[in-house]
Write a protein of this length. Sequence first.
Length: 298
Amino acid sequence: MHPRFNPAFATLPDTLQHALQPLLDDENFHGVFSPEAVKQLQQATGMDDDALALALLPVAACCAVAPISHFNVGAIARGTSGAWYFGANMEFTHATMQQTIHAEQSAIAHAWLRGEPALATITVNYTPCGHCRQFMNELNSGTAIRISLPGRAVNTLADYLPDAFGPADLDIVERLMTPNQQGFVRHGDALQQAAIAAADQSHAPYSRSYSGVALRTRAGALYSGRYAENAAFNPSLPPLQAALIMLNMHHEDVHSVQQAVLAECEGCTLTQRDATRATLAALGCEDFSVTLVSKTSV
């Protein structure tokens, strides 16, 4: 078991501890429970989906990176596939507040990057803020997605975000998590190609400024993330943050990034370049480059 989970693990009921330990001890556990693992935990504990996800929130919250607030928030995105994905808030010292990641965003992006087709429920240990409610409204689940909180009845996003403003108000048919490819031509080395592949699957129906980031850590691992745009613009998740979510779920330190590449559209209406460079600098990474991609199909 990774040491980060130890404090929460000790507080869990014995039956859950015994069922959970083999899963957390697996060196390949990176914040995802397969449908089979979820069923295994349910059978061992006698808990239903909602009760089990709520019980696991302290474990998800152990993934938080909160050097500014010291306030750990955990979230679990429960996919229609039956898989569950951890998420947690992430903050970066010496960067602006706008670069932080909310726990709900983390869990959703984690599921999206793993290929989950849609989400059924978001379980989180604190009431979602307006930013996260708006972010969730971009999903292909729509306002029917369930939101489960400790000590409260399960409600839908429609209950938490009445009279919602979303993609349909801007005549946009694309939704976050629905597969979408632009046909960008791959070129360059492995890191550049990973960034381009991420940009190719990014969600940017408003600006059409598709972008992706690929990171290489000192350990030699490679992580990529895609831009997730939002109808309300400000809740959009930058591609660097999506890549950092994956790095964090693999238990690597955010300061371990050694090299980074941003891939974005040539002639796009907005750019991730300056914000990405500034946040990477705050994390101690100066080896940053940009590769431009065209929307020419292969």
